[in-house]
Write a new protein. Structure first.
Lengths: 284, 260
């Protein structure tokens, strides 16, 4: 007994130390992120909007607006395209009686091979790459292909996140609703969904943020570089790898876009966490 | 086994050779019973004896458990309920289920009570209001809750939540009420008050109570079935079962000697 008590004390002090170290690490990393963001803002303040405008004559040019528009188009296609099948597959995964044959097939295939959509998109991208130039990438067709590819890539991710959100709702409520004479879809829509909505919205935001970042990768593999409609993430990548100009003109747009990206991603993540936090507090 | 009771009364529920499996575990082993209209029946027995499994088979709640398999026949007013063509939501409205832990929905008191009606497609406000008041009066909560109808039902004390759940079952006009150990989470005073509510409901509904509370079974039921390992060991008039059991296992259980 004495040995156990001593071991328990050691475990407790070990846990306290680990917790302290973790706290310090979080504080330091948080401070570092804030300091970096502050540095970016300072650079922007120094260079100013005039400096940004001056870069428009550079070889690559400052095309932030068109980059955002391209990213927006791709997301505008991909997000709605992924929401509906993900939601239906998650519903069928939650309660088999809610799905039709197609959604049941979808949820089963995602469960058995969640990597299949990514492999399919990768294979398609390789095919496009090998046969480069045959798809008119300068037209809206490239954007549509990118949007569809993003939707397919993120289907398993969003399905799993929605399913996890729905499963957080206590099952006794579903059983209570069904026992009270509700049909499965009524129980799902009227009892489960309202409680899972904050988590689902968080999942949607997190996935949308991830998709925003992935627009660059998608467009790169689709050989879409060098077009007038360059997504902001690809534009940033090009600046990081190709900018040959002087530091005075390179820093400001780089800083602008990095800050923009960081802000957007942090905003997505923050909103997602906020919603999930609200969900947890409600469940508690 | 079918208990001795007058055959002239109308049979509400007929259960024939009912089996329930959970994967390979045979939880209910060929139970047969008839329950007359507006009679109260208690299913007593040790934990794991299959009482709850019987109740859940009656209103098809086992459909929700992929591991559960049900065989046999259950008829209400002569109509088979275990068939593929059964309208299960409608069946569950005819046979209201009250669980051991109050299954309060995360909605207001009002919405909890009228939930089944809305699920049935009733939307007229006057009808919903009247049903809500009637059901809450039946569970003796109207006076206490009429000014809190739109507050969350989850904030109510546990015994009131349980009565709101009973009101929800009553609001849709059921014929049978299934109570699955309804007092198991309540303190003795609240359990007594719940018994009073159920006692008042006896004259209007056919009631099955699966319970561990022998006092509750003795006070509320007309007939008692004692279950061991998924089978009915003894059944009959409650007074007879409790005063002169014929099976020594029943006697041991009633004396508290069969809990292991």
């Amino acid at each position: 007994m004495g040995m156990s008590a001593a071991r328990a004390r050691r475990d407790r002090s070990g846990r306290a130390l680990a917790s302290f170290v973790e706290g310090v690490a979080i504080w330091l990393s948080g401070t570092l992120i804030v300091a970096l963001a502050a540095a970016f803002i300072a650079i922007l303040a120094i260079d100013g909007w005039q400096g940004l405008k001056a870069t428009s004559s550079s070889p690559i040019g400052f095309d932030l607006t068109t980059s955002l528009v391209a990213s927006g188009y791709i997301l505008g296609i991909a997000v709605p395209l992924v929401i509906v099948p993900s939601f239906l597959a998650a519903a069928a995964g939650y309660d088999v009686s809610l799905g039709g044959p197609l959604t049941r097939w979808l949820v089963t295939s995602l469960r058995v091979g969640p990597m299949t959509p990514a492999i399919a998109v990768g294979a398609a991208a390789l095919w496009f790459s090998v046969r480069g130039g045959q798809v008119p990438m300068y037209s809206s067709q490239g954007i549509i292909i990118a949007g569809i590819a993003l939707a397919v890539l993120n289907l398993p991710v969003l399905t799993r996140r929605i399913l996890a959100g729905v499963r957080e709702v206590p099952d006794r409520w579903r059983i209570a609703a069904l026992a009270a004479g509700a049909a499965p879809h009524t129980a799902f829509l009227n009892v489960i969904m309202p409680r899972a909505l904050p988590t689902i919205l968080g999942a949607l935001l997190a996935t949308a943020g991830r998709m925003f970042g992935e627009t660059a990768i998608i467009v790169v593999v689709l050989n879409y570089a060098g077009t007038p409609l360059t997504p902001v993430t690809l534009d940033l990548w090009r600046r990081l790898t190709q900018q040959p100009g002087g530091a005075a003109t390179a820093v400001a747009p780089l800083a602008t876009e990095t800050l923009l990206l960081v802000t957007v991603i942090v905003a997505f993540r923050f909103a997602a966490r906020l919603l999930q936090g609200r969900r947890r507090s409600e469940a508690a | 086994m079918t208990p001795d009771h007058p055959t002239s009364v109308e049979i509400k529920l007929e259960v024939r050779d009912l089996h329930v499996w959970f994967d390979k575990r045979h939880a209910v082993r060929g139970i047969t019973l008839d329950i007359a209209d507006r009679k109260t029946v208690a299913l007593i027995g040790a934990t794991g004896s299959g009482r709850s499994a019987v109740l859940r088979a009656l209103n098809r709640l086992h459909d929700l458990d992929p591991a559960a398999r049900v065989e046999g026949s259950v008829k209400i007013d002569g109509a088979e309920v275990l068939g593929q063509s059964t309208d299960v939501p409608a069946l569950r409205r005819r046979m209201g289920m009250i669980f051991g832990e109050p299954a309060t929905l995360p909605l207001s008191v009002y919405e909890n009570v009228v939930f089944g009606l809305r699920a049935k497609g009733v939307s007229e406000q006057r009808t919903l209001d009247a049903a809500c008041e009637r059901a809450l009066r039946q569970v003796m909560l109207w006076d206490s809750l009429q000014k809190q109808l739109h507050e969350s039902a989850l904030s109510l004390p546990l015994d009131w939540q349980q009565r709101v759940c009973i009101a929800r079952a009553l609001a849709v006009g059921p014929e049978v009420l299934l109570f699955d150990d309804p007092s198991s989470k309540l303190d003795p005073v609240a359990a007594q008050q719940l018994d009073d509510v159920i006692f008042r409901l006896r004259r209007d509904f056919t009631i099955l109570i699966a319970t561990n509370d022998l006092h509750q079974a003795a006070r509320l039921s007309d007939l008692t079935f004692y279950m061991i390992d998924g089978e009915i060991a003894e059944s009959g008039e409650t007074l007879t079962i409790f005063s002169r059991p014929t099976d020594s296992r029943t006697e041991d259980f009633l004396a508290g000697r069969a809990w292991s």
